[in-house]
Design a binder for this molecule. Structure first.
Ligand SMILES: Cc1cc2nc3c(=O)[nH]c(=O)nc-3n(C[C@H](O)[C@H](O)[C@H](O)COP(=O)(O)O)c2cc1C
Length: 186
C-alpha cells in the first residue's frame, strides 16, 4: 500500500470562490495522487482548473468543521489567485499532470510546484489523529453500520479524553453531535 497523508485541500470554484475539503493524498514518486469520489466539488474544481493547494498541519477543527457544515475558515490568497488556509504548518501548490478517469473515483496525478513552510511542525497528538479518524467515519456514514461507528467512537474517545487540547475537544464534540443528529447513539 502507498503512503497516504491526510490534508485539507483547497480548490477554486468556477466563480473564483474557494472550496476546502479534507482529502487523503496518495504518495507517488515526489508528487501526490488526489482521488476524489464523484460527485464532489473538489473533483469538479480539479478537473476544470488542473490545480489545488494541499494544506498540512491544519487545526483539527477544520477537518471536523468540513464534515459538520463549518467550512468558513480564514484563508490567504496566493499570488496566482488560489487560496490556502491562513493557519497551516505548510502548503503545497499542486499542478495536475495526468488524469486517470473513472466512473466513481478518478485519479489526478499532481506534481508539487512549490511547498512553503509557515510554522514549525507542532508534533504528534493522539486526539488530533482521533478527530481525523472520526471525520473519515463521519464522511462514510452511508456505508457503515451504527454498531461499527459506536465501537470506533468508544475506542477513539480514550485518546481524546487523555490528550485533547481545546481545539481537538471542540472538533470531537462537533463530530459526536453530527453522529447523534444522524440517530447514532454515541
Ligand atoms: C481525513 C479525510 C480524508 C478524506 N479523503 C477523501 C478522499 O481521498 N476522497 C474523497 O472523495 N473523499 C475523501 N474524504 C471525504 C471528503 O472530504 C468529503 O466527501 C467531501 O465532502 C468531498 O466532497 P467536496 O469536494 O464536494 O467537499 C475524506 C474525508 C476526511 C475527513
Amino acid at each position: 500500500m502507498p503512503l497516504i497523508i491526510e490534508a485539507i485541500v483547497t480548490t477554486t470554484r468556477a466563480d473564483q470562490s474557494p472550496h476546502i475539503s479534507p482529502l487523503g493524498m496518495i504518495a507517488e514518486g515526489d508528487g501526490w495522487v488526489l482521488a476524489p469520489f464523484r460527485p464532489s466539488a473538489t473533483l469538479e474544481n480539479l478537473a476544470r482548473t488542473g490545480r489545488a493547494i494541499a494544506n498540512f498541519g491544519a487545526d483539527a477543527r477544520v477537518y471536523a468543521g468540513c464534515l459538520t457544515g463549518r467550512r468558513d475558515w480564514p484563508l490567504a490568497t496566493l499570488d496566482d489567485g488560489q487560496f490556502r488556509l491562513a493557519d497551516c504548518a505548510s502548503h503545497a501548490q499542486l499542478q495536475v499532470i495526468a488524469v486517470d478517469d473513472h466512473a466513481e473515483r478518478p485519479r489526478f496525478t499532481c506534481k508539487v510546484v512549490r511547498h512553503v513552510t509557515h510554522r514549525p511542525f507542532a508534533g504528534h497528538n493522539r486526539a488530533y489523529s482521533a478527530v481525523i479518524e472520526l471525520a473519515i467515519l463521519t464522511s462514510r456514514l452511508h456505508m457503515l453500520s451504527p454498531a461499527k461507528i459506536q465501537a470506533e467512537v468508544a475506542y477513539l474517545a480514550i485518546s481524546v479524553a487523555k490528550t485533547a487540547g481545546p481545539a481537538e475537544q471542540e472538533a470531537w464534540d462537533w463530530l459526536i453531535a453530527r453522529l447523534q443528529a444522524a440517530g447514532i447513539a454515541v
